[in-house]
Design a protein around this ligand. Sequence first.
Ligand code: GYE
Length: 351
Amino acid sequence: MKKKFLATAALAALAFSLTACGGTNTPPPADDSSSDASPTAAGAASGYSLVPKDTNGDGFITLGFAQVGAESGWRTANTQSYKDYFVEANGFKLVFLDANQDADKQKQDVRDLIAQGVEVIDLAPVTDSGWEPVLQEAKDAGIPLIVSDRQLSVSDDLYLTYFGGNMEEEGKTAVKWLQDYITANNVTDPINILHLQGTIGSTAQKGRTKALDDAAPANDWNIVFQQTGEFTQAKGQEVTESFLQQGKDFNVIYSENDDMTYGAIDALRAAGKDPKEYIIISFDGNKSAVQMVVDGLIDVIAECDPLLGPQVGDLIKKAEAGEQIAKITYSNESYIDSTNAAEKVKTAFGS
Ligand code: GYE
């Protein structure tokens, strides 16, 4: 769609409107490493008082990391940041378990970490539900548990702290970018959106989907297709291909991570379509995806920081030292579009 109606003057207008309203890519009122719960000394106010300690006296804190899987570039960078940071030189040992995107296996993984007697658990949950019994077991065993990357729907007194992205804010950032684009370009065509969702039941999917589901009726946008691509390139390609075969019209792709975006672009090309004819909205900010923004293939990426290892390490050290830890801390996140991609690509994560 975009190249079909987009005039040069309109592009200039968009660049102006984005810089005019608050400097370079200031996202809508997102977080900035902010917390939305009052700080608690080791979560005391929330009924949680466990803190990481070197309980076996070997001179290191052993972190058991229950990771989601290896589904995406974001995930690979996330895992690597833990493997690089949680080393003896930094005062840690790491036990790493990969759930292969299987929520049931992951519950068993956490139980294995409890049985091994690790000194702190970091859980990056595949999905957000059904965790109460396992978290209670960790608490009963006296092992502090940190939630990272994706949130949980459990009561505050079952974990020490959450550290990671604010998924709904990321979705709102993407949605606002589309609203601004439509306004700046006087778009009058109906907006028909192909929506590729992440792993159903993960807060990364729920937050990003909610932002679009809320915005679509309010803006008179049609979501013509909504299906999970499970955060993988292969599945993103497969579901886009199956939609293309239906021959329905669409002009916007809202893809909840970069890997599914790569798959969707491959599917468009395989069907003889030019990806540059579509508004493509993505999430994460892998280096290759940011390069695609530079090249005009992807229009905007709502950023999500995967390099959580050192930041979680800092939180653990603070809690161990008796410092106050916020119940929730969100990463700093903004967005990447044609106005800043050339700069952002220099420091983007991954390949
Ligand atoms: O966006 C996606 C990954 O939970 C934020 O999971 C994470 C998401 C990320 O597979 O690429």
